[in-house]
Design a protein around this ligand. Structure first.
Ligand code: IMP
Ligand code: ZN
Length: 332
């Protein structure tokens, strides 16, 4: 089964750039910063059997951000992450990242341009699209800035930026602050993906579901067994909005008690559309093949079930119809 999961062509729809850096990429970035020992005493990955609280996980992103501080470093990081995914059998990747400036070293525009350059320079078969993230800890101006950059990049490279994401510490910020930007993004034809219900927050969850993003990340605390309620779960299931399910991320962040008790079980039994995803493969020390394998073991899925799960993900990509046809042909 492990081998089957590796060989299965896969689609990754929920991957944060700075959370996806492998240990070897982090070492290369340390060299580039002229500080080869910067991470010697800092553990960047949460290995098998280990767990962190949500806030400890967010501390880890800060550490990684200290390395992607120049366009050159961002380009190297992006190129490495794309190669890692390709080696794991990913045929289509929607990579997401929050435009970030570093005083005196890089503007937000340069940050995003560096990612775009790395995507364009990649020579493999994997298709890569970009989502720009809005961090809930930021201000509404930052969200507007992210939208402007997304539209500027799209003008130069049509089809490269496919949407806007709402992410960041789920205990911070408020949806209302950013909703006007997401409304505008939708009017401009961008896709919308939102992290939803990583912590219990009924009012916000219902507001997000009403807004109907193209996809939802996590939906951890919606089911009554995991801190939600029947109303939230029923509204989700009736919405049929595809869910990016991140098994290992949720387990290692301690938002679900075990794989077996992960809400993917309920999503599968309700035949709800799901895309297995890694979230932050570097920080959570996993890859998408591993996530498929875990799903198979935890929920007794057959090879055919996994094949169907992977092929069905094509429908939830924010790519053109033509690209979706191309991906379906890949599976055939
Ligand atoms: P970046 O956007 O490429 O810098 O990737 C790291 C960022 O992604 C973090 O600082 C968070 O804002 C966001 N992120 C990564 N994982 C999660 C998650 O599980 N929930 C919410 N936000 C996340
Ligand atoms: Zn995420």
């Amino acid at each position: 089964m492990e081998d089957f999961c590796k060989r299965l062509p896969k689609i990754e729809l929920h991957a944060h750039l700075n959370g996806s850096l492998s240990e070897s990429t982090i070492q290369k970035l340390c060299q580039l910063e002229g500080a080869p020992h910067l991470f010697d005493n800092w553990q960047v990955a949460i290995n098998h059997g280990e767990h962190r609280t949500l806030s400890e996980c967010f501390e880890m992103f800060k550490a990684v951000h200290a390395l992607t501080v120049t366009p050159e470093a961002v380009k190297l990081a992006t190129a490495s992450v794309i190669s890692d995914f390709e080696q794991d059998g990913i045929i289509y990747l929607e990579l997401r990242s929050t435009p970030r400036e570093v005083e005196g070293r890089m503007t937000k525009e340069q940050y995003v341009d560096a990612i775009v350059e790395a995507i364009l320079a990649h020579q493999g078969k994997i298709v890569v699209k970009l989502l720009l993230s809005v961090d809930r800890r930021h201000r509404s101006d930052d969200a507007e800035h992210a939208l402007k950059i997304a539209l500027d990049v799209r003008a130069k490279h049509p089809d490269m930026v496919v949407g806007l994401d709402l992410s960041g510490d789920p205990t911070a910020g408020s949806l209302d602050l950013f909703l006007p930007t997401f409304v505008k993004a939708r009017q401009h034809g961008l896709g919308i993906v939102m992290h939803c219900g990583e912590v219990s927050n009924k009012a916000e969850v219902l507001e997000i579901l009403k807004f109907r993003p193209n996809r939802l990340g996590h939906v951890t605390c919606l089911h009554p067994d995991l801190g939600g309620c029947q109303e939230q779960w029923k509204t989700l299931i009736e919405s049929k909005i595809p869910v990016e399910a991140c098994l290992t991320s949720n387990l290692r962040c301690k938002t679900v008690p075990s794989y077996e008790k992960h809400h993917l079980r309920h999503l599968l039994s309700a035949r709800h559309p799901v895309a297995l995803s890694t979230d932050d493969k570097g920080v959570f020390c996993s890859d998408l093949s591993n996530e498929f394998h875990i799903a198979a073991k935890s929920f007794d899925l057959s090879e055919q079930d996994l094949r169907d799960l992977s092929i069905n993900t094509v429908d939830f990509c924010l790519a053109s119809q033509q690209m979706k046809e191309q991906l379906r042909r890949c599976f055939q």
